[in-house]
Design a protein around this ligand. Sequence first.
Ligand SMILES: C[S@@+](CC[C@H](N)C(=O)[O-])C[C@H]1O[C@@H](n2cnc3c(N)ncnc32)[C@H](O)[C@@H]1O
Length: 318
Amino acid sequence: MKAYIVKSGKEIDLFDEYSYKKEILFKKFSSIFELLRGALIYDFKEFYEAKKILMRYDDSDNYINYGYWRDGEKTRSPSASLVQYVASKLELEEDDILLDVGSGLGQPDIDIIKTFPVKKIIGINVCSKQVKYANYRFRLLNLDNTIKHRVLHSDKIADELDAEGISCIVSIEAIEEISSIENFIRNAFNILPHNGRISFCGVVRIKSDNLSFSRMLLGTFFRKITTILYGDHYRMLDIYGELLEKHGFKNIHHERIGRYVYPCLYRYAKKRLSILKQNKNIPFILKVFAFLQLHGINFLFAWKQIEYVVYYAKKKEE
Ligand SMILES: C[S@@+](CC[C@H](N)C(=O)[O-])C[C@H]1O[C@@H](n2cnc3c(N)ncnc32)[C@H](O)[C@@H]1O
């Protein structure tokens, strides 16, 4: 497969087993297979391309999130604003070691290290291609001494990262992809020291009506067929608060910011659908996916089925 292009113009070939042409037939079948299997959409260059076309808000395409459109459609960098907002809840200090769970293509951590006083960032991610790409960028930017990503599932935090001295945890738009969210919160609590902080954000549901049309659409269509998930992890908003409390976190807060996320995202991306349609390199199925995802988001938000939430809490031992 072909790799995605680094912004500086250099290409890093993360997928060097096949030439683009030879692989086109394989790709057509395998992408459908993988989409149905619901696992590896992140391994497809075209996935990033489709997202980039619809959601490329600024100069950097190295985010994979919906953004926080604080100033409406005039917001200059919605994805960067989201990172900034969620990370600000941690009140980072110079000697903090930050763990980023679901670390994506690395840009969020680059933003954090440039904006906040933090000593070191460790990012973990299940997608090895993203990890490789992110570490490559850190090297290019001479940030590889302070930011390091590794392939690790959120379930393994406590086993693998205990000795790293992590004092804070951030997770940006990954909670809905983490199937074992209770493990994640339990491990997060165990690994953090007294006064350790956690902050995360993502898509949640605010209606539990299992039989509703949108739930059917959400559960069956979007979440199982077209996304990387194995199940429906758009959980009810309160579940996160309950789990944080159950596992011992204190000072638990949440903010609903859906109105600063979905409407602008939808309007912005809708304008760009024609560009996506014209792109010949993106398989039809991914175009359909991107289109449906956007309409689904708009529909679900308008029908008060989903929200976007930021949660933050502290570990304070009695
Ligand atoms: C929507 S992306 C967000 C990426 C990044 N935080 C950003 O804002 O650009 C979700 C990320 O979580 C990763 N991920 C999903 N499930 C995970 C898990 N259980 N453990 C670690 N990473 C996970 C995905 O590979 C992807 O990088």
